[in-house]
Design a protein around this ligand. Structure first.
Ligand code: HSE
Length: 452
């Protein structure tokens, strides 16, 4: 039996505590997979005095990153603190002191990935980050190892467990947004600042990491068009359901153009309508899902818990094992090959053609429906279906405000933007409209199909 590998854990929050627990409580099983024992030699955290009930001696817990970076007997460090600083400085210190690093910090990789990957390569070290995207789902390994023979054409993902939990519970319990958000925080799904979960930031950072793996391009995550779920109310969820859809926060990435003239990457995070009965629509609670299309394998679907202590710890510990056996170093080297061979990493400005769902608050009086339909028609947008319910209380009250719910056929994003601007200028509109993409097709299912 080889000597034990000594691991340092930085951060004892939800994920760090889960990783320590798993490393200690499943040590025999982990040893069989790693071929040698893996021990937690030290944990570094801010609040050393706090009793977390961990199976770790108090002597092994301290507050200075140098207790790990400066200990030559520790070869692997799990960096499990969120945010950019001090996480970035800690990662630099760990790499410079010769540690291989495992991390769940997607914000750090999305923001500073190129410089940190470069530093790791210069130092001959690896960074493993399965836990940074979609929690327990092994999507990083799937794209960078198992599907390496494929050219990935498109990805659609539910990448934020908190948003999915909120949207699911609002629908299932007819619950209020704030009430469900508090529950997500209590269950440990939400980030310390849940704004990053609900405004789409977290999903966008994860999408940028997936785009790097799938397309070989480091995309500046802040340039990816992003809309969160803060504007989704129970009324929208109910209308979508009436039309046979569910609302999900969906991250989308696709190649455009063709081999002769590759276009920019089409990337976006936004709430979208997904058809009831399809895998994305049936992804509930804190579950995440990724649907992708590879040119050889066709469509694949991955589903699992994307947030929470032990699902994320599962990915962290698998990365520690991969690092110990040398798999992480090989994978990390090959992601470097992608950087060199990167396709156009341009994003944005891509005209999308898809169906759209509109909710337009209008005054209920003669000619309004004809006016709105007329504006859409003038912009070449065809209505596929339409709902208008009576105003609450008195359906015959002239001049009451009612929402017009419209589902369109496929239409271009530019035409829709112009039509919405014209609709907003109309004196019959009362308040801000909502326009959401509808994702019920567009991802080819079989190998050899045209691009999504
Ligand atoms: N806060 C994240 C989520 C989990 O809700 O999905 C960590 O990425």
């Amino acid at each position: 039996m080889q000597d034990a590998v000594r691991v340092g854990v930085v951060g004892l929050g939800t994920v760090g505590s889960g990783a320590v627990r798993l490393l200690v409580e499943s040590s025999e099983h982990i040893e069989r997979h790693a071929g040698r024992p893996i021990v937690v030699a030290r944990a570094v955290c801010r609040d050393v005095a706090r009793d977390r009930g961990l199976p770790l001696s108090r002597d092994c817990i301290s507050s200075d990153i140098r207790d790990i970076a400066g200990d030559p007997s520790i070869s692997v460090a799990a960096l499990l603190v969120g945010g950019l600083e001090p996480a970035r400085s800690m990662m630099v210190a760990l790499l410079e002191s010769g540690k291989d690093v495992v991390t769940a910090n997607k914000a750090l990789l999305a923001e500073h990935g190129p410089e940190l990957f470069d530093l790791a390569r210069r130092r001959g070290r690896s960074i493993a980050f399965e836990a940074a995207v979609a929690g327990g789902i092994p999507i990083v390994a799937a794209i960078s190892e198992c599907l390496a023979a494929n050219r990935i054409e498109s990805i659609r993902g539910i990448l934020n467990g908190t948003s999915n939990f909120i949207l699911s519970r609002m629908e299932e319990d007819s619950a209020d947004y704030g009430e469900v958000l508090a529950l997500a925080q209590e269950k440990g799904f939400a980030e310390a600042d849940p704004a990053m979960d609900v405004d789409g930031t977290d999903a966008t950072q994860k999408l940028a990491i997936l785009a790097h793996l799938a397309f070989g391009a480091w995309v500046p995550w802040g340039e990816i068009p992003r809309t969160g779920i803060e504007g989704i109310d129970l009324g929208l969820i109910t209308c979508a359901r009436e039309l046979g859809y569910r609302i999900r926060l969906v991250a989308v990435a696709a190649r455009t153009g063709d081999d002769a003239a590759p276009g920019p990457l089409a990337l976006r995070v936004s709430p979208a309508l997904v058809r009831l009965g399809t895998p994305l629509a049936e992804t509930r609670g804190a579950y995440n899902a990724v649907s992708l299309v590879g040119d050889a394998v066709g469509r694949m679907f991955f589903h699992g818990l994307g947030a929470g202590q032990m699902p994320t710890a599962s990915a962290v510990v698998a990365d520690i094992i991969d690092t110990v056996v040398g798999r992480a170093a090989i994978t990390f080297r090959t992601t470097g090959v992608l950087d060199v061979d990167s396709p156009a990493a341009r994003i944005g400005g891509v005209e999308t053609h898809e169906r759209r769902f509109l909710r337009i608050p209008v005054v209920d009086r003669p000619g309004v429906l004809a006016e709105i339909a007329g504006i859409l028609g003038q912009h070449g947008i065809s209505i596929a279906s339409f709902i208008q319910h009576e105003a609450a209380g008195n359906g015959d009250a002239a001049g009451a405000a009612v929402p017009l719910i419209i589902m369109t056929h496929h239409c271009g994003s530019n035409a829709m933007a112009q039509a919405l601007a014209a609709i907003e200028r109309s004196a019959t509109v009362r308040g801000t409209g909502v326009c959401l993409p509808v994702l019920d097709d567009g991802q080819p299912a079989s190998p050899g199909s045209p691009r999504a």
